[in-house]
Design a binder for this molecule. Sequence first.
Ligand code: ACO
Length: 432
Amino acid sequence: MATTATLKLDDKEYPLPILIGTEGEKAIDTRKLRADSGYICYDQGYGNTGSCESAITYLDGDNGVLRHRGYPIEDLAQHSDFVETTYLIIYGELPNAAKRKEFGLLLRQNAAVETQMQRIFEGFPKDAPPMAMLSSIVASMAAHYPQLAANNFEKDLANFDLAAAMMVSKIRTIGAMIYRYLRGLPYIFPKQELPFCENFLHMMFSEPYKDYVASPEIARALNLLLLLHADHEQNCSTSTVRMVASSSANLFTSISAGICALSGPLHGGANVSVMQMLQSIHDEGDDGTRFIEAAKSGGKGHRLMGFGHAVYRNFDPRAKIIGKAATEVLKKLGVNDPLLDIATKLEQAALKDDYFLSRKLYPNVDFYSGIIMRALGIPTNMFTVIFAIGRTPGWIANWREVAANPKGRIYRPRQIYVGPVKRDYVPLGQRS
Ligand code: ACO
């Protein structure tokens, strides 16, 4: 295989090194091109740009492959749980029994949100968007734990294990507290003895003097949901985390920025849009035809939500797992949700339609995740918060790669300027 590519520009040749990943992914290294030739690479939205080398997740969008640290998502979904997969994603290996116990203990010990931090909640209106609250409260962790957030890679890496465990554990508590705050309910505090997902459901749904006890089916469904969101290569929010981290920002600040990126409807907010779409199909008694036709009109505001993906062009392996799980979970819980029928019919109709087939648009993970969350009793406005809790290990692992890379540089893309050329300043009185 070639080790160098040659670019010919204005009769001059520029050798460009070729990089090859462990799965045979190929890239042309253009880092020195501008200095040598004056040209930059133009790639709006970075769709064909490798911004880093990473050893966390391998994704082959054409063939629907997703692996974390080498392990296929299908195997992790079947055999692992969220906490174990979190450890794997952050530390690179499946934990042995002792390490798993130690990690679990660290999560349990760092689940609580201290009294001073609880006061932040009171500053938000009762109809605040949960993701706006989540990003702000996570950002505040840098203020509450300055010893873990020095904005200095060496110091922050020395405290990484604790900061990472705090991030994974507290974001779940903060999520449950946001849910309760917006409903005017008293907070329920974490219980040391409960496993991760059971503890989250306990904090969400317990009533004073009446503990909510999650059934194994419910705990397993939440585990699966979080696990399927745990990492996804250089998506919008993870790239944001890396970009912020590259300025030597601490873990909490970088993850808060990732949460902001996740909140948009084209990324993590899509699971909310899917439910709104399914609900409005249901309310209007439509069979989905109207949505499909509107989506085909081409406008971004009319897309079939939960369909299409920036990198998967055949199928989203997570959607396969979650679509099957949605049917099973609803059956086990005895929930009869008309939105599941609408989703199934919509999927079948879209997958027969040439518009979707020719553009390789298939259901993504968000298409069915909302139906599972609804069955668990999680309201729609909390869906993206659940996604954020699930994605936290991926953000942490990516932050760590940036922080630990001795050759790393600040993320600073360039642009092609298309604004006005140089012109003379016009005093106020002389402007038309
Ligand atoms: N409905 C209808 N048409 C679509 C859809 C859709 N959901 N998605 C893409 N298209 C069309 C585009 O209009 C475009 O058509 P054209 O070639 O005629 O111009 C073509 O398919 C190619 O689409 P792109 O815009 O190149 O897809 P891109 O990679 O930019 O966008 C995205 C990917 C943002 C996910 C898009 O498919 C979309 O908006 N989907 C709906 C929102 C969604 O479900 N987001 C969740 C993503 S997964 C996640 O974040 C966990």
